[in-house]
Design a protein around this ligand. Structure first.
Ligand code: KIV
Ligand code: ZN
Length: 512
């Protein structure tokens, strides 16, 4: 069977990053972009350069660093957006300007306050402008699924004539049904005379839980690019999940004559990296990457799987890169073995990083009999800080119990000097954070707080995630340790350091 290629356009770093709580700093975005290149997606949408200076820098850095995939940057149909997008994208090996403009009556009337002919004119003008700058131009008709079909076809034809090489049809509000959305794609293929000159793409949101079904219906009717995100992250209920589309096409290749270039064994690593970077865990029963996706609980199922995996397994855990929890290295293992294991997990360590991580590993191996891959990942994420450690937690001592007043003594380091103070609180975490507040003279308000064990056993490494409001700014923080109180205090400090390095002027910090 000849298989047509489906291009995978990953928008985790743009639409995904717009999701509440998913914001990443530049270093984290670069780390994720490297992983997406390893996953072999065709296009990485790196951000929306005009949205913020941080977005601009991230698109620029990704363009400079990541080789292989096309790097796309989003722009409204405006000259200033297009010019700025290009300023960030011009370093890329394969740059793409992605322009969007709404075509539905409701968006044109209430959001844009423009007539159909004005929208058509702006769409054509902006594509022509981008085309003068670069060859690869994508045009998205926002809210296409709720647009008047005839008008949509007119815009698609005109933007292809203006030079768009990819035309994207978004189901922006996740409203379409699979049969209807497939029909829309078929309609455009049939009615737009020059449709063969561009790649037809779709971009589905998941408000009714149909983003993947709609994407696959679109592919069956002529779409050859799908826009999707790791873990299905994205605005509101999210975008179509990359791993579900890719594995759906692969697993049902008996009836779907398509292929992707995705390196499926990197799916699990990509999902876990994104969760670790953002603190947003996927639900346990999430298709393909959930913790239970390959767990067989019922005795009758276990029996069947042991005899022949295919009785209840339609794909193997191995193909999506699930290796299971390996028992690794003990306290007598050397640096070399540790470095090799990290390499297998996808981390390249420099000498200095290895020295730091090795010291923590030996310390952990003293406390914990068995160390799992998950423990090693938690150590490295904690150690390789992507945020400048303006305040560093040197030590924490806590007195707590059901018959005592929780008290914490904290030692913090800043610019080479160590400061110490104590405080009480409603529990050991509250006491620790109060002591930190006393030292830093900045008080954060917890909006969210969770601890989870990264592996198994009572002595497992615990990972703490916090979402804290400082003034009107919200930052997330994370840290890991076998001592969950220490991890919580460190996570709080991580959020504070993000706030200080991002939102406060240097002058104010130096006033400490
Ligand atoms: O959902 C949407 O319509 C979008 C466009 C910008 C492609 O994200
Ligand atoms: Zn979207």
């Amino acid at each position: 069977m000849t298989r047509e290629k489906i291009r995978i356009f990953d928008t985790t770093l743009r639409d995904g990053e717009q999701s509440p709580g998913a914001s990443l700093n530049i270093k984290e975005k670069l780390q994720m972009a490297r992983q997406l290149a390893k996953l072999r997606v065709d296009i990485i949408e790196a951000g929306f350069p005009i949205a913020s200076p941080g977005d601009f820098e991230a698109v620029k850095e990704i363009s400079k660093t990541i080789k292989g995939p096309v790097i796309a940057g989003l722009a409204r149909a405006k000259k200033e957006d297009i010019d700025l997008a290009w300023k960030a994208l011009k370093y890329a090996q394969k740059p793409r300007i992605h322009i969007f403009l709404a075509t539905s009556d409701i968006h044109m009337k209430y959001k844009l306050e423009k007539t159909k002919s004005e929208v058509l004119n702006d769409a054509v003008k902006s594509v022509k402008l981008a085309k003068k700058i670069t060859e690869d131009v994508e045009f998205s008709a926002e809210d296409a699924s709720r647009s008047d079909r005839k008008f949509l076809a007119e815009v698609v034809e005109a933007t292809i004539d203006a030079g768009a090489t990819t035309i994207n049809i978004p189901d922006t509000v996740g409203y379409a049904m699979p049969v209807e959305f497939g029909e829309l794609i078929k309609y455009l293929k049939r009615e737009v005379p020059n449709i063969g000159k561009a790649i037809l793409s779709v971009h589905c949101h998941n408000d009714l839980g149909l983003a993947v079904a709609n994407s696959i219906a679109a592919i069956e009717n002529g779409a050859r690019q799908v826009e999707c995100t790791v873990n299905g992250i994205g605005e509101r209920a999210g975008n179509a999940s990359l791993e579900e589309i890719v594995m759906g096409l692969y697993t049902r290749r008996d009836i779907l004559p398509f292929k992707t270039d995705v390196n499926t064994v990197e799916i699990c690593n990509s999902s876990r990296l994104f969760s670790r970077l953002t603190g947003l865990q996927v639900q346990v029963n999430k298709a393909v990457v959930g913790k239970n996706a390959f767990a067989h609980e019922a005795g009758i199922h276990q029996h069947g799987v042991l005899k022949k995996a295919q009785t209840y397994e339609i794909m193997t855990p191995k193909i999506v890169g699930i290796k299971g929890s390996h028992l690794v290295l003990g306290k007598h293992s050397g640096r070399h073995a540790l470095m090799r294991r990290y390499k297998e997990l996808g981390y390249e360590l420099g000498k200095e990083e290895l020295d730091r991580v090795y010291a923590i590993f030996i310390d952990l191996a003293d406390k914990k009999k068995v160390i799992f891959n998950e423990d090693l990942e938690a150590i490295i994420d904690d150690e390789i800080q992507t945020v400048p450690e303006i305040f560093q937690l040197v030590s924490l001592q806590v007195v707590s119990g059901n018959k005592t007043f929780p008290t914490a003594t904290v030692r913090l380091k800043k610019s080479g000097s160590v400061f110490q103070d104590s405080a009480t609180g409603d529990g050991p975490v509250d006491a620790s954070c109060n002591a930190i507040d006393k030292l830093t003279k900045i008080k954060g308000k917890f909006l969210d707080y969770s601890i989870r064990s990264v592996s198994i056993g009572r002595e497992a490494v615990g990972e703490a995630f916090v979402k804290v409001k400082f003034g009107d700014k919200v930052h997330t923080g994370k840290a890991a340790s076998t001592d969950v109180i220490f991890a919580s205090a460190k996570a709080y400090l991580n959020a504070l350091n993000k706030f200080l390095s991002k939102d406060k002027s240097k002058k104010e910090i130096e006033g400490f």
